[in-house]
Design a protein around this ligand. Structure first.
Ligand code: RIB
Ligand code: CA
Length: 314
């Protein structure tokens, strides 16, 4: 008897890599995507809310409810990343404007209402962008915490250092106060940092494997990746770019592809040069209680095999 699909909510700021993560989730019968909540991050909210629906329609899934969430961080002005993702956030291939509507209620209301209606430990949250929606929901309705089985998020960096400042990774940097709420929540956390995603680099064969699927989805993923990687290749001088967000979904599907350590991770919110840093106590010297499984490595070939196989199913 096949196990019940795992209930997840994807919180996202598409972004080409977010888009690939959403496709991977929708292509995987092991997962039941209860909804997609969008947040301002890579590009402003109006675009992330649009892009999430573009991706659902590309996957043939206009039935998936998409919600617009917070349009700015909890206490700071929004910082976006058009320099990486392009003006639309999904540069790299032109796709039609979405026909499916946005849901009427705010993403935070959806998170709270959905979690309140579920039994304890029923839902996994998969944040792929700044943690503003998640933290706002937890602050507004602390009673939802026991309903969350775990939060598997893309964010942070330790040995790999930052990508938006020398110390901070973008998702955490955009809303460090939100990240601080999530990391202090006591909810089971799995952190997929740059330490992992920078080992999941695209390469020409890997991108061509998407293109030779010969499907509209494969063509879109190849086009997005071609666009998305130009910035990182120029910046790092690497032969490819990190496909960050799909690593979160791949972890749900095959955690054995990843390794990490259960350690204490705190968020710097006051540093002159280090705000947004995930201070991972990798060597356990702080005496602070471990609060997160902080991943450190991924089996890249296995990750791309899984990703390409699943994308090929759409
Ligand atoms: O730093 C990488 C993260 O920031 C990814 O989630 C990417 O989509 C951007 O949101
Ligand atoms: Ca993202």
């Amino acid at each position: 008897m096949a196990p019940h699909p795992r209930k997840i909510i994807i919180d996202t700021d598409p972004g080409q890599d977010d888009a690939v993560a959403i496709l991977l989730a929708l292509a995987s019968p092991e997962l039941d995507v209860l909804g997609i909540t969008t947040v301002a991050g890579n590009v402003p909210l109006a675009l992330t809310a649009r892009n999430a629906r573009v991706v659902c329609e590309l996957a043939g899934r206009p039935d998936v409810p998409v919600f617009a969430g917070c349009d700015a961080p909890m206490q700071r002005p929004l910082v976006t990343a058009e320099h990486v993702h392009g003006k639309t956030g999904l540069d790299g291939i032109d796709l039609p404007a979405p026909k499916m509507p946005l849901q009427d209620i705010h993403a935070v209301e959806f998170l709270v209402e959905t979690l309140r209606a579920e039994p304890a430990g029923a839902v996994t949250l998969c944040p792929l962008g700044p943690l503003t929606n998640i933290a706002t929901a937890l602050a507004r309705a602390p009673d939802i915490a026991p309903k969350i089985a775990e939060i598997v998020l893309m964010g942070g960096a330790y040995f790999e250092v930052g990508n938006i400042t020398p110390a901070a990774e973008f998702n955490i940097f955009v809303d460090p106060e939100a990240a601080d709420i999530v990391f202090r929540s006591g909810i089971n956390l799995v952190v997929v940092p740059l330490d992992v995603t920078h080992k999941a680099l695209t390469t020409r064969p890997r991108v061509e494997a998407f293109r030779t699927l010969g499907t509209p989805v494969g063509h879109a993923v190849a086009g997005w990746t071609d666009f998305f990687e130009r910035f990182d290749m120029a910046k790092y001088g690497s032969q490819g770019a990190p496909l960050h967000d799909p690593c979160v979904i791949a972890y749900l599907l095959d955690p054995g592809l990843f390794t990490g350590r259960h350690v204490n991770v705190m968020i710097e919110t006051r540093g002159a040069f280090t705000t947004g840093m995930t201070v991972a106590d990798w060597w356990r010297v702080s005496g602070r209680e471990p609060n997160a499984m902080f991943l450190g490595d991924v089996e890249a070939e296995g990750f791309y095999r899984l990703l390409t196989d699943r994308i090929g199913r759409l």
